[in-house]
Design a protein around this ligand. Structure first.
Ligand SMILES: Cc1ncc(COP(=O)(O)O)c(C=O)c1O
Length: 400
């Protein structure tokens, strides 16, 4: 067996399963889960229809690079969404959802034969970054997000010695779980560091279309273009239809950016065998080419967050995030409970599932930036989310 497998941490939902073992949820309440970050709004009909109408392509192998039409649809979306130009032939590549691609990209980029190979990730973070790093033979370095600065990642906390060893850096903007969008000045800082130390930036942007303010979140490629980096050097952005179009089961997204990175990634993926099926490619072209369903989807999230957030601010330290579909809340000290205890008791007494924040972060220097926090995914129907919020309020008020 690959010895690196033993370094992998249990996935947060596995830890949650263990935490909930032996708990009998209160039977008078229907179960409501705010645990998993899985979209639950309906998949648009036209995407389903396009998928079903394109089954003829199943008779042949698809190419790893994808159909030119798909890459062009992705490039056209980037142009409309961010006002940037990318060459569909050399700067875009389809992926089977951003999860596999984030993982595979670390295997493509990291040179474990160089001493001290390091990958920098935010803390809290999406656990795939860590697993990808470890299986690539590198060591993760966690940069904490700062609640006092709207959960901005404290890149300044990374020492010069660590930057010198860094080969890859993960950005998650909008962030999971914090919802924070990284502003242009932070991008400028990271690009300067990337130029100085030669590391690659993987920008995970799968929540970019679910946002709550007038201005749409800044993208990594957009930031690069604004700062005069038209070649997107050392930068790859990862985007996905899963959340944008409510198709997590389709497994479809794309990467775009530096042509040299795309070339190396395509080579890796050819051997890895991760081409996108033709029916999925057709459905993806339809999805990327339509914006009306994305606006409707965003409106549903906006209504839910407008309803639920003020209810929860009564009892929790929480506010409307920049983007994404999570509330990242701090528990009141008066509760005198850990985040895991809170999650277990809430399930037992009110049949509501939330994810303990400490499961989404790592302890560094004696502090876990997710401790005393919970993540609530507002993915269920509005009425269910409101019902869950009411129960959470009741639970906290009964304990404080
Ligand atoms: C931050 C982040 N990145 C990437 C993904 C992967 O999404 P997908 O593989 O469906 O594109 C998720 C899924 O929850 C996520 O939260």
């Amino acid at each position: 067996m690959n010895p690196l497998l033993s370094l992998l941490q249990p996935y947060p939902f596995e830890r949650l399963r263990q935490l909930f073992a032996g708990v009998t949820p209160a039977a008078q309440y229907s179960p409501i889960s705010l645990g998993m970050g899985e979209p639950r709004h309906a998949t648009p009909r036209f995407i389903q229809d396009t998928l079903a109408a394109n089954l003829a392509g199943l008779a042949s192998y698809p190419s790893t690079a994808g159909e030119p039409r798909l890459r062009e649809a992705c490039a056209a979306w980037l142009q409309r969404r961010y006002g940037i130009g990318v060459d569909a032939a050399t700067q875009v590549l389809p992926i089977n959802g951003s999860r596999e691609a984030l993982f595979a990209f670390a295997q493509t980029v990291v040179d474990a034969s160089r001493p001290g190979a390091t990958v920098v990730c935010p803390n809290p973070f999406y656990q795939i970054y860590e697993g990808a790093t470890l299986l690539a033979g590198a060591t993760p370095h966690y940069a904490p997000s700062d609640p006092a600065r709207n959960f901005a990642v404290d890149w300044d906390s990374v020492s010069e010695a660590v930057w010198q060893r860094t080969q890859l850096l993960f950005v998650c903007s909008p962030g999971n779980p914090t919802g924070a969008v990284m502003p242009l000045a932070e991008w400028e800082k990271l690009f300067a560091l990337s130029d100085r130390y030669g590391f690659v930036i993987a920008s995970d942007e799968c929540y970019s279309e679910i946002y709550f303010r007038d201005e749409a979140p800044l993208g990594g490629l957009e930031a690069a273009a604004r700062l005069g980096r038209a070649d997107y050097r050392n930068l790859l952005a990862f985007t996905s239809l899963s959340k944008r179009s409510n198709v997590p089961g389709l497994r479809s997204g794309f990467v775009a950016g530096d042509a040299a990175l795309i070339k190396a990634f395509l080579l890796y993926r050819t051997y890895h065998g991760s081409a996108m099926g033709p029916a999925v490619q057709a459905a993806s072209i339809a999805a990327w080419s339509d914006e009306a369903h994305v606006q409707e989807n965003r409106a549903l999230y906006r209504a839910k967050f407008a309803q639920v957030t003020p209810m929860l601010t009564e009892v929790l330290d929480v506010c409307l995030p920049d983007a994404g579909f999570y509330l990242w809340a701090r528990l009141p000290d008066a509760l005198a409970m850990s985040d895991a205890e809170f999650a277990r008791e809430l399930l037992a007494q009110y049949n509501v599932t939330v994810l303990p924040g400490s499961y989404l972060a790592r302890e560094v220097g004696g502090a876990n930036p997710g401790a005393q926090r919970v993540r609530m995914a507002l993915v269920a129907e509005a009425e269910e989310c409101e019902q869950a919020a009411r129960r959470i309020v009741q639970f906290i008020q009964s304990r404080t």
